[in-house]
Design a binder for this molecule. Sequence first.
Ligand code: CUA
Length: 162
Amino acid sequence: MNRNTTVYLYELAWILPSIAIPVGMLAALTVTAFGTGIHLPSMAGRVDPRRLAETAPFDAPGVVQIAPGVFEARMTSQIWSFTPAEIRVPAGATVTFVVTSRDVVHGLYIPHAHVNAMLLPGQVTRVTARFDTPGEYPIICHEYCGIAHHAMAGRVIVEPRR
Ligand code: CUA
């Protein structure tokens, strides 16, 4: 075996995995996407982001009380705001946020309420939190969504019980 052949075999030992690895990954991706039906992370629901104006509950964003002390906050997100921008509930409320995006990926982050979720166009996000302490809780978009991403915010106002 002369020196040139040795170099060739050594190169081949590197070239073959560099082809096999991406081909293998692409095959794994194809199988998981189409074969095993892996999809968006939540089964909370799918919506058509272009038809939110006529899709319940996003046709009427706002807070509704569904049981004593239990609320549902139906919200949409869009560049660069939340609708509604302000949620008002009494202290002790359990709030389920039902949120989707009209356009691009946004985030729903409420630091002191342990809410941290992604908002994807076409996907409904449901996340529940309890608000025991009265005060103002900022709602922050924590997924970069464009030039005014940093200004995209809302708030939850928890009112003291009377
Ligand atoms: Cu919406 Cu960042």
